[in-house]
Write a protein that binds this ligand. Structure first.
Ligand code: FES
Ligand code: FE2
Length: 371
């Protein structure tokens, strides 16, 4: 008779680097991509989750976006289940109305002779950039001072074409960061060949909150993708990558780039946004460039035919890895790539720093805004 193994350890109980990294959270004091801007229409609300914390994100009928704690002050229902009316979000149960600052501005039923109580929920800083909505889940006073990823190629009149794609995978965020930065998994992508099986790590630099890597490889060697890459103009023999906490990016000869933006919903679930952007593509079998105006529709098609099926292979792998972690979290570490070691070390250190900062916070007296 088999004895059931206990669940994987918490961060505090973790005994080695693998156990630490697979239970670590991400510091909420960064900007996190949460939704495509175009997906949330006027009058719509959605729930966004960060490490178990639920936020109601909604676009009012004038088009302005708001993010507030996803909890009605009355009986704690999720406000994201309610409806947008004018500039307010209305709880579905008794109709209490919230404005964009999270304040209860109207109670539409009898208050039994009592004055409307001063109640509010938390408001979250929010921005729209690169076609995505971003939320700052940490200390709002720090939001303006924390930089977002700077992607000059995606701004201005002459910006590069980019059609973001996203996935929700049942996997810990660190498995996704490991996956996208570690080319030893070329075997998985036999069909699409985004990089080469003979890839070689040629540079690994750990500095502050970044890990920088380079691989000698063959970028975009697949039959279809290879036809669109102008190998005369772009050096596709190596790729630079960075884990720029909490984001990940790559750069091939300043012509093919991507950012991978993870949103850790829980220890076992991560939403991930990919921004791939390209300086140019050529028309297959000719030296001609695809004109800039045609790039966006072209990318939409290539997302469906190439990018999504390719990344679905990664999704399958990280979900399998999550399942392997759940079953065999106490197996010995067998990681060979030093880049993975470096990225995991950074994730653990940042989470330890965040937890230590919170211990200082929790000693300070907390003021309740709810009176
Ligand atoms: S629970 Fe939201 S109005 Fe009552
Ligand atoms: Fe991959």
């Amino acid at each position: 008779m088999s004895v059931r193994k206990p669940s994987p350890p918490s961060f505090d109980d973790a005994r080695n680097r693998r156990q630490k990294v697979r239970s670590a959270g991400l510091d909420p004091n960064y900007w996190y991509a949460v939704e495509h801007d175009h997906k949330l229409g006027k009058g719509e609300a959605v729930e966004v989750t960060f490490w178990g914390e639920s936020v109601a994100l909604w676009r009012d009928e004038n088009g302005a976006l708001h993010a507030i704690e996803d909890r009605c002050c009355h009986r704690q229902l999720r406000l994201s289940q309610g409806e947008v009316r004018g500039c307010q979000l209305v709880c579905k149960y008794h109709g209490w109305c919230y404005d964009g600052s999270g304040e209860v501005v109207d109670i539409p039923h009898e208050t039994f002779g009592r004055k409307k109580p001063a109640l509010r929920v938390r408001q979250y800083p929010l921005r729209v950039r690169y076609g995505l909505i971003w939320i700052f889940f940490g200390d709002p006073a720090r939001a303006d001072g924390v930089p977002m990823p700077e992607i000059p190629e995606l701004e201005g009149d002459d910006r590069w074409a980019c059609v973001p794609v996203d996935f929700t995978w049942n996997a810990h965020h660190s498995m996704i960061i490991d996956n996208v930065s570690d080319f030893t998994h070329a075997y998985l992508h036999k069909k699409y060949k985004p990089f080469d099986g003979a890839s070689k790590l040629t540079r690994l630099v750990e500095e502050d909150d970044r890990v920088l890597m380079s691989y000698d490889t063959k970028v975009g060697g697949g039959k279809i993708s290879g036809m669109f890459v102008d190998r005369k103009a772009v050096d596709t023999s190596s790729m630079d990558l960075g884990y720029q906490y909490p984001y990940q990016w790559s750069n091939t000869d300043n012509a093919i780039k991507h950012w991978c933006l993870v949103l850790p919903e829980s220890e076992e679930r991560t939403r991930v946004f990919f921004l791939f952007y390209f300086k140019s593509f050529k028309v297959p079998l000719t030296p001609l460039k695809i004109p800039r105006w045609l790039m966006t529709p072209f990318l939409r098609i290539s997302n469906e035919l190439l990018v999504k099926p390719l990344l679905a292979e990664d999704g399958w792998a990280v979900e399998e890895e999550q399942e392997g972690w759940r079953r065999h979290w106490d197996a010995p570490i067998a990681e060979l790539n030093p880049a993975v070691h470096a990225m995991q070390t950074l994730t653990i250190r940042k989470w330890e720093e965040y937890l230590a900062s919170q211990q200082g916070e929790s000693r300070r007296p907390r003021l309740s805004a709810e009176g």
